[in-house]
Design a protein around this ligand. Structure first.
Ligand code: ADP
Ligand code: MG
Length: 388
């Protein structure tokens, strides 16, 4: 963590030629359980990672010139506050911070010209939400620059809107929520129906989270996610409930004659996953790591067999971690995020971390010929800013 802060600071001095005034930062996140439950009004259980996006910045003495540089891309983008901000081509990284700037201007908040240099220890595009980290770090910087503190939920919605309208990604609310508000030693059980977060203390430092980045990303036909979402909505409609949050497996069974196979499988995953996520929250309260690990295993099987979003590399990583078992310090493992690559997450005993990292890395390399990236984290702090 200190590393990326000093890197951002040094890069600012190199490229801008003076010291920064602010260091704003925000974490990536991992969802421990609760996959594809968000748009079904269910629960998710994310935690902020000890991996952050850091923005070193200072006013540049102009009323309206914004200079943004990312160390990840090596690119510098200049824009002007004097003209209405518009999104650049889809896929351009600067859409994320520019969308956040636009959100501040929309609220009538006065900004001034500034230079900013971004560096990050969050893997980019791996499902650990480097995008939300970039948005919430930008919003936190702009709060310091303008002297206006946004209401937390307004800040989260501003960042989400930046991702929707500038980056063109129709994301849910979880990523911005946890990146903005994450708390050390706590995980967040977010009810996506009421948007109420419940903070669950996880002070037992003998247990930590292992993130296994498979370092693959298979392209899913762009309709894949939308098809599954429609199947969920269809199942809810046929059951006569507003969302799958109100459904039960019994109800699903009763209407199964009037549903296609895809709708049954998607709904079965989501209904089970909402229940598992609520129960996993209870496990954290009781420090019942064995049961939490078992629920992770069930979640993975359901994502693989019913929702059908896993892939060879994710299944391999999960199998390897699961085969180490409790005796070797692994309570459970599952894929996390959208699937078809990205990351798996495991719950492990902190004291066994080095051996587990070595073992999983070696076995994954042997079975896939791919080098995984692994790191261990405890629940970390959300977005913050330091004025130098
Ligand atoms: P994830 O959020 O899981 O990492 P996304 O595809 O949602 O994956 O977001 C990744 C995109 O966010 C990148 O392609 C890039 O446009 C932008 N991004 C995130 N972090 C940075 C960064 N440090 N520098 C530049 N762009 C970044
Ligand atoms: Mg993202």
């Amino acid at each position: 963590m200190e590393d990326v802060v000093s890197r951002a600071r040094a890069a600012f001095t190199t490229h801008i030629g003076k010291a920064p005034r602010w260091l704003a930062s925000a974490p990536g996140r991992v969802n421990l359980i609760g996959e594809f439950t968000d748009f079904n009004d269910g629960f998710v259980l994310p935690m902020a990672l000890e991996r952050r996006t850091v923005i070193a910045a200072a006013p540049n003495g102009t009323p309206d010139k914004i200079v943004l540089r990312s160390e990840a891309t090596g690119e510098t983008v200049t824009s002007s506050l004097a003209e209405p901000l518009a999104p650049e081509a889809k896929g351009r990284w600067s859409n994320y911070p520019k969308g956040v700037v636009a959100g501040f201007l929309e609220r009538g908040i006065r900004l001034q010209g500034f230079d900013a240099v971004i560096d990050s220890s969050v893997p980019i595009g791996a499902g650990l939400s480097s995008s939300a980290a970039l948005e919430t770090a930008t919003a936190t910087l702009l709060e310091a620059l303008s002297g206006v503190r946004l209401e937390p939920v307004d800040k989260i919605l501003l960042c989400q809107k930046a991702e929707h309208t500038f980056a063109g990604v129709p994301c849910g609310i979880m990523d911005q929520f946890i990146s903005a508000l994450g708390q050390k030693d706590q995980v967040m059980l977010l009810d996506c129906r009421s948007r109420e977060p419940t903070w669950l203390p996880w002070t037992d430092s003998a247990v930590a989270v292992l993130v296994i980045n498979t370092n693959v990303k298979h392209e899913l036909s762009s309709s894949g996610y939308a098809d599954r979402r429609r199947s969920c909505e269809n199942a809810a409609k046929v059951m006569g409930v507003p969302s799958l949050r109100e459904a039960t497996l019994e109800k699903l069974q009763q209407v199964s004659g009037s549903l296609d196979d895809m709708s049954i499988r998607c709904a079965r995953h989501v209904i089970g996953e909402i229940e598992r996520t609520a129960r996993a929250g209870e496990c954290i309260r009781r420090s019942d790591w064995s049961e939490f690990g078992r629920l992770m295993g069930e979640s993975h099987a359901s994502l693989r067999d019913d929702y059908a979003v896993s892939c060879f590399e994710l299944d391999t990583a999960v199998e390897i971690a699961q085969s180490i078992g409790k005796a070797g310090g692994v309570f459970g493992c599952r894929m996390t995020g959208g699937g078809f690559g990205g990351c798996a997450v495991a719950l492990i005993e902190t004291r066994a971390r080095d051996a587990i990292v070595r073992q999983v890395g070696a076995a994954y390399r042997e079975r896939t010929r791919i080098e995984a990236t692994l790191f261990v984290s405890r629940p970390a702090e959300g977005a913050s800013v330091v004025t130098l």
